[in-house]
Design a protein around this ligand. Structure first.
Ligand SMILES: *Cc1c(COP(=O)(O)O)cnc(C)c1O
Length: 406
């Protein structure tokens, strides 16, 4: 990671300055609205409304609450952003951004975007005349499409789900600047500890705080960070006009979770690298993809743009569909579940879960086979995770072998 220049969180008392490290700022930024009582932690403001004329100008929780303000100050500080707006979920944050578009606007999106983003464009915003063109941003000629089409918005994710493609954010930002397009990066898979899109030139960094930012799989949340006051105003407007606000309690949970983001991301990343190397040693495995493995097609770019590899691994275990499912179901420390980014390890079988509705030929064309599995590596001890994977792989491949020989 190149040396970064963070700004203060200006909007709220308790902001921690640019000289402090990420880890320190994650613990000490925010903390507003607690000083009158000496409470070390900002309390939960479970209130729908506020008396008019109060010193902070709160009026109604749909358009602001001390727990949102506090969380937003922390998230802005950690992203190195001027402004952050909090939402009820990642999808609510996406809705807020896309609601600023008008009929006839074009979005140029990475073809491997998150499934719910695709569904929202396809099933909801298409009805309002917003069209989307999907392209593969790992191909360098794709960037020329930005100047050719001059889209209102370029929508990237890096790393992508589930194939962990790494997209060159700095390069996309230069092309967007030339075309007058807004660049949005969905930073959910990386988190602000691993990657800061605004420092790489993006206009908007969007995060599902449900995942790594909160990190404990106990609530949903979303956030939009930007340095552009116009975008910040539009996000605050969308929060209240569309009713996309989080609950104060959920904002408080995320505020608690984010304090350990640096520690957790370091452990997630260390563990994931060990597990990825371990999986590469399995006999039938076709490929293992992890941004910080030298075998990753964009390894050099990943190292330039990310501080660590984050906690997601995708692999093709070289097993048929049924055996792949059996392998995942036998694991002791990996729950078969959607979502990612919590302290506990999860596994997922895209072909029968997240991408079950995608026709097989389309799925396979983008690289998701029956044997493709995705792991969200938690903060357990890496040796326990590796042992669990080895045991189940041996059980299942032994069964494959004995079945085939009879
Ligand atoms: C989960 C996720 C979202 C949606 O977030 P929710 O909090 O589930 O609404 C958006 N983008 C990515 C990359 C995600 O993983």
């Amino acid at each position: 990671m190149t040396s970064s220049s963070f700004r203060d969180a200006r909007t709220v008392p308790g902001g921690v300055g640019a000289q402090a490290d990420f880890q320190t700022r994650a613990v000490h930024s925010g903390g507003a609205f607690a000083s009158e009582t000496g409470a070390v932690v900002t309390p939960i403001y479970a209130t729908s409304t506020f008396a008019s004329g109060n010193p902070h100008g709160f009026d109604y929780t749909r358009s602001g609450n001390p727990n949102f303000t506090n969380l937003e100050a922390i998230l802005a500080n950690l992203e190195g952003a001027e402004f952050a707006t909090s939402f009820a979920s990642g999808v609510a944050a996406i809705t807020a951004v896309v609601s600023t578009l008008k009929s006839g606007d074009l979005v140029l999106a990475e073809e491997n975007v998150y499934g719910c983003t695709f569904r929202l464009f396809d099933r909801v915003f298409a009805k309002f005349g917003v069209s989307v063109r999907y392209i593969d941003f790992t191909k360098s000629e794709s960037f020329l499409q930005i100047e050719a089409l001059k889209p209102a918005l370029v929508w990237l994710e890096s790393p992508t789900n589930p194939l962990l493609k790494i997209i060159d954010i700095e390069k996309a930002a230069a092309h967007c600047k030339a075309a007058g397009s807004t660049l949005l990066v969905d930073n959910t898979f990386a988190s602000s500890f691993v990657q800061r899109p605004l420092e790489l030139g993006a206009d908007i960094s969007l995060t599902s705080t449900t995942k790594y930012t909160n990190g404990h799989s106990d609530c949903l949340g979303g956030a939009v960070c930007t340095n552009d006051p116009k975008w910040a105003d539009d996000m605050v407007f969308a929060q209240k006009a569309l009713g996309l606000n989080p609950a104060p309690f959920d904002a408080w949970l995320i505020t608690r979770g984010v304090k350990t983001l640096a520690l957790r991301m370091q452990r997630h990343s260390d563990n994931a690298l060990k597990v990825a190397e371990h999986l590469e040693s399995f006999a039938c495995v076709n490929w293992v993809r992890y941004p910080f493995l030298a075998s990753h097609p964009q390894f050099e770019l990943a190292k330039r743009q990310m501080r660590a590899g984050s906690g997601i691994i995708t692999a093709d275990l070289g097993l048929p569909l049924e055996k792949t499912r059996q392998f995942l179901e036998r694991l002791q420390y990996f729950t078969l579940a959607e979502s990612l980014g919590g302290v506990e390890s999860l596994c997922c079988h895209p072909a029968s879960m997240t991408h079950a509705s995608v026709p097989r030929d389309v799925r396979e064309r983008v690289g998701i086979t029956d044997g493709t599995v995705r792991f969200s590596i938690g903060i357990e001890h890496a040796d326990d995770l590796c042992r669990d994977l080895t045991r189940c792989y041996e059980e299942v491949t032994y069964a494959v072998g004995s079945h085939q020989s009879t």
